[in-house]
Design a protein around this ligand. Structure first.
Ligand code: DAT
Ligand code: MG
Length: 149
């Protein structure tokens, strides 16, 4: 089943939105297969955002994600990548639909609360970067057959 990596960024943790954000993914039907609370090293942040290395905002992106602890999750489900991104909302909160996480809780691109993988391949690569294999748990949820067809 498809997987995606979600990060509740430092602003989400500092603002006490961890429960609210997890609730939205759970409510959507995505199944948690990994989750941890951690302080991100600069090395990991630079690897995670390697694709943006040449962008002018790269330094502030790394400063932001390493500024305070984050919650990292691996989520699984039907079209997990796209469905999670829809729940998160557009990168620029000004363009995010009300009802999405960014559309309901964020105003600025540099304080947009959540990361979600942008493709199935990147989802798998990001989960491998952030989690050790033994930190991912394959399990059966009693509600699965009422959520997955
Ligand atoms: P997303 O987080 O929606 O996947 P992205 O991968 O294009 O967006 O960029 C990663 C993060 O970098 C994004 O959450 C916020 C920041 N960012 C992107 N474009 C930016 C820009 N033009 N100016 C400032 N920050 C930007
Ligand atoms: Mg991205």
């Amino acid at each position: 089943m498809e997987r995606t990596l979600i990060i509740i960024k430092p602003d989400g943790v500092q603002r006490g939105l961890v429960g609210e954000i997890i609730r939205r993914f759970e409510q959507r039907g995505l199944r948690i297969v990994g989750m941890k609370f951690m302080q991100v090293s600069r090395e990991l942040a630079e690897q995670h955002y390697a694709i943006h290395r040449e962008k002018p905002f790269f330094g502030s992106l790394v400063d932001y994600i390493t500024s305070s602890p984050v919650v990292v999750m691996a989520l699984e489900g039907t079209n997990a990548v796209q469905n999670a991104r829809n729940t998160i909302g557009a990168t620029r909160p000004s363009e995010a639909t009300p009802g999405s996480i960014r559309g309901d809780f964020a105003l600025e691109i540099g304080r947009n609360l959540v990361h979600g993988s942008d493709s199935v391949e990147n989802g798998a690569a990001e989960i491998a970067l952030w989690f050790k294999p033994e930190e991912l748990i394959a399990w059966e949820r009693h509600t699965d057959r009422w959520i997955f067809e």
